[in-house]
Design a protein around this ligand. Structure first.
Ligand code: P71
Length: 898
């Protein structure tokens, strides 16, 4: 299979789960209340829970299985899905469902291990569940292997079996989380078991990870797919067990599979005693469906390669920091007694406490309290980014550097199991570690297509070299827009599901109004289906034909509605905004001299209002300063001119104020936003940006009830009811929740800094971009990227299509194709800004995606001289950028047949 190391996730983020970051003081209190056993901490007290069981992110297809549970007691369709998945992916014929892996163990022991017999295994952890059942465990793992440390010592096994007291041979894929076996060894064990008529029972809960090791390290296996190796592993066992909460990424559930009808019959006769009926085995219908889909998906080659690369890197980084550990299939297993040499007892627990105290991470000591003292740092599958994992490494290295100061624990309450232990301790003075990363983990993912250059060349040709006409199914990383492309959170989904539908007044509407009143300080709130709908109503109700509408640059939809209402837009943005190379920090500002000149010339009465946009989109996502807002408002109030904000990206603007204005460094985003809005009389918002939803918008007025009344008149005719604006109540509920989330300082910082991350990487390689990097996007200056292409040959349009061909990334042209032609002369406009926009959806892509985007564009930049221009083959009369079609200039136009 492809041995190339993956450079970014083969998926994007679909839904996020927010995590909280308790302070050091809070963590100390929680730890004391938890008796210094991190098992007792609650998820809300932890930032990253480093455990991999039942914590994986699913694909959206897998998650959707949750909604189609058959929930029949007998013969559920979901069980049939499960059977099909097992037959296809694992290859076994018979499936006995169980409530989880312990259910599998129960059935195997009850049907295959008579009293007085023993189990031979390569896993020591199995003793945890066998000892209480009074079943002996014979450990048969070899200690001579280097890579396949989970291999069984076949000679030892043969000798054991000859004694006749071993009932079954149990093999764990990645035994105890640390020890993989080889295919060769597995086959030898099967042959040995067959000689004695003993069953080989395989626990394949981590079969994927083991298959990857076989593919990587076993001679002759490199060219096989994970799917192929997995099937062979399963078929080599007589009986196969699978923990639904591990490789199949379910949250619970299990299966016991076999090709042997007699064994299966024993299982299903026993299952009714322990688990449930043979067609549900203690799982709900939805769990079976999610499990079935997880099994169908789990051998996906790209996903497995990504997960294993991340795991290997994680382990290597910890090792490089000097931390004593064993590489695990799902993370790193720290040798706590070597880490804390001065701590004689319960070293793993003491280390877990120190890690939590300093960083908020939970690493759990599980199972029976044993002499060995591994502290597993497991990675929840697909749920964390490499950026976050890198910081987990740093957090643990931070403890390692001050390990001599870690306090020992004194046992207060003893117990057989780790979860029972209670300790007394003191808080050592340890330097804390502060995370600087996304405040969420991944809840569900959407797989993204991987295409070849040939496929992309064909796709862009079919799209007429216009990225608007590409199918998203052909796009690997979609940077067309940040509008309506955000990943919602699980809390937003919960609010969405809980909202009751109505066309009248509702709790969702009231909450929506209330949250805007609280956050923006505006009394009158009108929901609209998106931004342009609010712009339509504002323009129609507040512009008299012939009036001027001065603004800081324009946005297409905003300007169209002002003109449709008879207004005349006047650009009064500062000059710096028109120069891509200028690094002025407030390129969104209104030029006071330009504003005063317009008012002096035309008189305040002839000005409808000031159209004041935050994080000016067309200027490159450039912010407005607080002082400028104050100054504009003070001047306009004095002249009786209303100021209406386009607050679509106000929160992102607020972040720039926090970062760039020293007076606001320690002011929270929430308070900065509230002050910004104070300097206006109303606003329109496209909720598809800051609000973290896929649809929605609003119009709001600070205190003018008459403006509201007039707007609602139009709302009823053009949009919907006054309590929904044409949105579903569920959408309003998701907006209200999104507004809470957008105000998280950690979120907004990582959001805006992601654009800077991409921008800086491009800049360092010399790629010309609009300076400074913007709030939501990076704009590449096509004029300087392709100086040899005349504007009449559409350099930005060509650059957008070349970026797609080179990297599978979709961007948007913002140059003269967008600007159009002068209606007088019929000539193309030659705007100063000839740009392509790389717009970053919120909470969707990781820094690994961004790095891949930058590196692809840098490759293109190195061969920029080879790129030529385009000509139109179809040119619509207006808004030609949406539907226009082009051909490359290097391809001769074929003369039309006469
Ligand atoms: C963006 C968009 C969406 C878009 C719109 C038109 C052509 C291509 C893409 C929309 C905005 C915006 C600002 C500042 C109002 C709207 C309209 N931006 N103000 O950037 O950026 O809002 O789409 O919800 O109607 O890709 P709406």
């Amino acid at each position: 299979m492809s041995a190339a190391t993956p450079i970014h996730e083969p998926h994007k983020i679909k839904t996020v789960r927010l995590v909280s970051f308790p302070t050091v003081e809070e963590r100390k209190r929680h730890l004391a209340e938890a008796y210094f056993n991190v098992f007792n901490l609650l998820p809300s007290q932890v930032n990253f829970d480093m455990t991999s069981q039942g914590t994986s992110a699913m694909t959206q297809e897998q998650l959707s299985g949750q909604l189609i549970g058959d929930e029949a007691y007998a013969g559920a369709r979901n069980f049939e899905s499960l059977e099909r998945a097992v037959n296809r992916v694992l290859g076994h014929t018979y499936v006995c469902p169980t409530h989880n892996l312990l259910g599998c163990v129960k059935l195997v022991v009850a049907t295959m291990v008579p009293a007085g017999y023993e189990v031979a295994s390569n896993a020591r952890g199995l003793a945890d569940v066998l000892t209480p059942r009074k079943i002996g465990l014979k450990h048969v793992r070899t200690d001579t292997e280097q890579v396949f440390t989970g291999n069984v010592d076949v000679e030892r096994l043969r000798a054991l079996l000859a004694l006749g007291t071993v009932a079954i041979v149990d093999m764990q894929a990645f035994a105890d989380g640390i020890h993989p076996f080889s295919l060769g060894n597995l086959q030898a064990v099967r042959a040995t078991a067959d000689q004695r008529g003993v069953r080989l029972v395989l626990d394949g809960s981590r079969v994927i990870e083991n298959a990857w090791y076989i593919q990587r390290h076993e001679p002759g296996q490199a060219d096989r797919s994970i799917a192929d190796i997995v099937k062979q592993i399963v078929k080599t066992a007589h009986v196969f067990q699978l923990d639904g909460a591990q490789d199949p990424k379910c949250n619970t559930g299990g299966i016991l599979t076999t090709d042997n009808p007699a064994d299966h019959e024993k299982f299903i006769n026993e299952v009714v005693v322990y688990e449930g009926l043979h067609t549900y085995g203690g799982m709900s219908g939805r769990t079976m469906e999610v499990l079935a889909r997880g099994i169908e998906e789990m051998c996906d080659e790209a996903e497995v390669q990504w997960v294993m690369m991340v795991t290997e890197q994680f382990t290597q980084m910890l090792r490089a920091a000097g931390i004593p550990l064993e590489r695990g299939c799902n993370g790193a297993y720290i040798e706590a007694d070597k880490f804390l040499q001065h701590v004689p007892h319960h070293a793993a627990h003491a280390l877990a406490c120190a890690i939590y105290q300093t960083s908020g991470i939970r690493a759990l000591v599980t199972g029976r309290a044993r002499a060995d003292s591994y502290l597993p740092i497991e990675i929840p599958r697909l749920a964390m980014t490499t950026w976050q994992l890198g910081q987990v490494v740093e957090a643990i290295a931070n403890v390692y550097r001050q390990r001599d100061r870690v306090a020992p624990l004194e046992l207060q309450t003893a117990g057989e199991w780790n979860d029972q232990l209670r300790f007394r301790s003191i808080f050592a003075s340890l330097t804390p570690y502060d995370f600087d990363c996304y405040p969420f983990i991944v809840h569900t993912i959407e797989r993204i297509p991987v295409t070849t250059r040939e496929q992309r060349q064909r796709a862009i040709r079919e799209a007429g070299y216009n990225t608007f006409l590409l199918r998203s199914a052909d796009v690997t990383i979609d940077l067309l827009t940040d509008s309506g492309t955000s990943a919602m959170s699980t809390d937003q989904w919960a609010a969405y599901d809980a909202a009751r539908a109505t066309t009248a007044n509702s709790e969702a509407y009231q909450r929506f109004v209330q949250v805007i009143q609280e956050v923006y300080g505006y009394e009158h709130v009108i929901p609209t289906h998106q931004g342009r709908a609010a712009e339509h109503i504002l323009s129609q109700t507040r512009i008299r034909p012939g009036q001027l509408v001065p603004g800081n640059m324009y946005f297409t939809t905003t300007k169209v509605h002002q003109e449709l209402a008879g207004g005349v837009f006047v650009d009064i943005i500062v000059d710096q905004a028109h120069n891509p190379a200028d690094t002025f920090p407030w390129k969104g500002n209104i030029d006071m001299a330009k504003l005063k000149a317009v008012v002096d010339k035309h008189g305040a009465k002839n000005i409808a209002y000031i159209s004041f946009e935050h994080s000016v989109n067309m200027a490159g996502g450039q912010p407005v300063s607080m002082d400028n807002m104050k100054e504009v408002y003070a001047y306009c109030s004095g002249h009786g001119i209303p100021v209406f904000y386009d607050a679509t990206r106000a929160v992102e603007n607020a972040y720039f104020i926090q970062k760039r204005d020293p007076r606001y460094h320690s002011v929270q985003i929430r308070d900065i936003l509230r002050e910004m809005m104070l300097y206006g009389d109303g606003c329109t918002v496209s909720g598809k940006k800051d609000f973290l939803v896929n649809m929605g918008g609003l119009l709001a007025f600070k205190d003018n009830a008459e403006w509201k009344r007039e707007a609602e008149e139009m709302l009823r005719v053009y949009e919907g009811g006054i309590t929904d604006g044409g949105l579903a109540q569920a959408d309003l509920a998701a907006v209200a929740r999104g507004i809470e989330e957008m105000l998280d300082d950690r979120y907004i910082r990582t959001r805006v800094e992601q654009a800077a991350f991409l921008g800086n990487r491009l800049m360092e390689a010399g790629v010309p971009i609009v300076m400074p990097p913007g709030s939501h996007a990076i704009f590449i200056d096509a004029k300087r990227f392709l100086p040899h292409i005349d504007q009449d040959e559409y350099p930005a349009q060509r650059l957008a299509s070349e970026i797609y061909i080179e990297t599978g990334v979709r961007v948007m042209e913002r140059g003269n194709v967008s600007k159009g032609r002068d209606p007088e002369t019929g000539q193309n406009y030659r705007p100063s800004l000839e740009l392509v926009r790389l717009t970053i959806p919120r909470r969707v892509y990781t820094n690994d995606h961004m790095r891949a985007v930058a590196d692809g564009i840098i490759r293109l930049y190195k061969r920029r001289e080879t790129i030529r221009g385009l000509r139109f083959v179809y040119e619509p009369p207006y808004l030609r950028f949406f539907q226009g079609r082009f051909a490359p200039l290097e391809e001769e136009a074929v003369p039309e047949p006469a």
